[in-house]
Design a protein around this ligand. Structure first.
Ligand SMILES: Nc1nc2c(ncn2[C@@H]2O[C@H](COP(=O)(O)OP(=O)(O)OP(=O)(O)O)[C@@H](O)[C@H]2O)c(=O)[nH]1
Ligand SMILES: [K+]
Ligand SMILES: [Mg+2]
Length: 523
């Protein structure tokens, strides 16, 4: 758990994504190459070459062993998986380009399952560019498309789609919890679990098909159809449970979506800046300063949080502001967690020394539910000497409320600690994020959420869509009577196909496209 503000790493959330479509018809036979490390000055750059001509490229550009001292290219085939200290030369002119290391991964024991050669050279723009240009002179090799190495690994059966996604997430992981989950998916755990599900559907299908072929009674035991129905009912319940997981896996992967909302001038943008530890949002005394949604991704105690500041909610004639208000309301409704910021001097009326009343504008209070977090801000601007804070907080009627002053910093540390803890509890992903050897009170949290101990199955919206389809087909199966077994069997076949799409067991080019286009070149 964090102890001071510095544990919050803020980073601007970028919403732009570069998407490049791959040439699907590309033949497996071409040899591809690309820089696999980030471009720029560094110790080492790795250029990866994959395909049937990888060894020819080695022959054309790598000088090692006794021939290297004479500046000649090696005629002997390299021993696979062995690093060679070598010179890299231009294939046509024989000019020396760099000294480095080279290694040959013999098919199928390579990442792509094809012959792979890696050239480890010095990382500098001119060196990298000279080696890539030299490669471009070879007629049998071409530059790789984004994600093409991984795509070949998939085609070669090295990875299934859930592992490809895991690999992509691993590269993009920014928090410890994301890294751990992605590593598991890349290792194949997700694949095994979906494959198990698909097998169970196919087993039910086998029962039903036996009935179609032989009929109940003589060859097939009585009650076989009922047995299949019972199993499908079980499967439906399993799928329903996975689908009702509060998006745990997706949250873990892409972050909890936290919406900050409230009336104008309550201090919403001040809160965002406080959490981010920098002036990310504009703060002024003018109500209606924030008009559009501003998103930041923060790391709160190892938990990824996508936090959004919104326009103050009020009736307004201003066209731009009113669009902002509409967007804010939508965002709050779609968020995983929402936090309402209220200004104490605005909402607190003191009747007498100990008697008080809290009034929240209706447009705002309609968005407050029991699980909305409340931050009562500007406590420096009111006299709270006679008002017990506990009493004040419970009077709001939500589970968790805090009073702070974002200007003076009063109570903000306690709020941060509590809030981080509450978020972790709320996200329910914590047991995947926290190690069992951690702090004692985390162990208590684990006990409390016994029901959610199991790892989330769904980590991508794509998985959810396929599982929802599968559930529809299973339900459709249950709607048929035993008189319609042929139609019923068809539903089971569709259900198995839908689950198969998750791991790519079913070869569907459009899912491939969707998965691979987010990769960068050289992966
Ligand atoms: N006295 C006092 N003023 C505060 C506090 N927090 C914020 N303010 C001031 O309140 C004003 C509004 O703050 P913002 O953060 O812009 O409020 P907002 O909710 O984002 O406002 P809109 O974007 O216009 O809806 C600014 O002048 C802040 O300096 C506080 O704790 N005490
Ligand atoms: K303001
Ligand atoms: Mg604001």
């Amino acid at each position: 758990m964090r102890t001071d503000g510095s544990a919050f790493n803020a980073q601007q959330h970028t919403l732009t994504e570069v998407r490049v479509d791959l040439p699907l018809s590309d033949t497996q036979r071409s040899t591809i190459y690309a820089l696999s490390t980030p471009p720029g000055k560094a110790g080492v750059a790795v250029i990866r070459i994959s395909g049937p001509d990888a060894l020819n490229i080695w022959g054309a550009m790598v000088c090692h062993g006794s021939s290297a001292s004479k500046g000649k290219r090696s005629t002997r085939e390299p021993i696979p998986w062995k690093m060679y200290k070598c010179g890299i030369v231009h294939p046509a002119s024989g000019d020396s380009l760099d000294d480095g290391l080279a290694v040959y991964f013999k098919a199928p024991r390579s990442f792509t399952t094809e012959d792979v050669v890696e050239l480890h050279i010095h990382s500098g723009r001119a060196i990298i560019s000279s080696v890539l240009t030299a490669l471009s002179h070879l007629p049998f090799a071409r530059h790789a498309e984004p994600g093409e190495f991984t795509r070949r690994a998939f085609k070669g059966g090295r990875l299934d789609l859930t592992q490809v996604e895991g690999l992509k997430d691993l590269i993009n992981a920014e928090t410890e919890s994301q890294r751990r989950a992605a590593l598991k998916a890349a290792g194949g755990i997700t694949r095994v679990r979906f494959e198990q599900l698909r097998k169970e559907i196919i087993q039910c299908l086998a029962l039903v098909e036996a009935l179609i072929d032989f009929g109940e009674g003589e060859d097939i035991e009585e009650g076989t159809y009922d047995l299949a129905r019972l199993r499908v009912q079980d499967l439906c319940r399993t799928l329903e449970a996975h689908l009702a997981d509060s998006r745990r896996g997706e949250i873990l992967r892409s972050g909890i979506r936290l919406a900050i909302f409230g009336p104008p001038n309550a201090g919403k943008s001040s809160l965002l800046n406080f959490l981010a530890q920098r002036e990310a949002a504009i703060v002024t005394p003018i109500p209606g300063t924030t008009r559009d949604i501003l998103e930041l991704s923060l790391d709160i105690g190892g938990l990824p949080v996508l936090i959004a500041d919104t326009a103050g909610i009020r009736q307004t004639e201003d066209v731009v502001e009113s669009i902002g208000v509409e967007r804010a309301e939508k965002l709050v409704q779609g968020a995983d967690v929402s936090l309402c910021v209220l200004s104490l001097p605005e909402i607190l009326q003191q009747r007498s020394a100990e008697q008080f009343e809290v009034t929240i504008p209706p447009a705002v209070s309609s968005l407050i539910g029991r699980d909305t977090f409340i931050l009562l801000n500007k406590m420096d601007a009111v006299d709270l000497t006679h008002i017990p804070l506990d009493h004040l907080h419970t009077s709001i009627g939500t589970e968790q409320a805090w009073s702070v002053s974002l200007t003076t910093g009063e109570c903000t540390h306690a709020f941060l600690d509590n809030f981080a803890q509450a978020l972790q509890q709320r996200s329910v992903t914590f047991q995947a994020c926290l190690s069992h050897t951690d702090h004692v009170h985390r162990f208590d949290l684990l006990q409390e959420h016994e029901a959610h101990r199991e790892e989330p199955l769904i980590t991508h919206a794509r998985h959810r869509a396929h599982l929802e389809d599968a559930l529809q087909f299973l339900r459709a199966f249950l709607d048929y009577s035993s008189a319609d077994v042929v139609f019923a069997a068809e539903e089971l076949r569709y259900a198995a196909q839908a689950v198969g799409k998750v791991s790519g067991t079913i070869d569907v080019e459009d899912i491939l496209d969707a998965v691979f286009r987010d990769f960068c070149i050289g992966k």
